[in-house]
Design a protein. Structure first.
Ligand SMILES: [Zn+2]
Length: 80
């Protein structure tokens, strides 16, 4: 499994994994912890860990509030 790293419009690192964008949450000595770019907007719990060379380690949590498509958020309640 691989990830792609680019930059946001604000020049911050942006990581793409399975079509979902992540921004840096925090760095540790061994890892970079990324959080879903929609973490705030959709209260998303999707997180991702890479090592310091942006090599994928694992994902944590789900993108339950937007399911990879930002348009899915507001209409999701009709399906629950
Ligand atoms: Zn998400």
């Amino acid at each position: 499994m691989s990830v792609t790293v680019s930059t946001t419009s604000k020049n911050a690192p942006l990581l793409i994994h399975e079509g979902l964008p992540y921004i840096i949450d925090c760095r540790t000595d061994k890892k970079i912890l990324w959080k879903c770019e929609h973490a705030k907007k959709y209260k998303c719990h999707g997180r991702l860990h890479t090592d310091l060379n942006n090599v994928f380690i694992k994902t944590v949590g789900d993108h339950e509030n937007h399911a990879g498509d930002s348009r899915a958020g507001p209409i999701r309640e009709y399906y629950d």
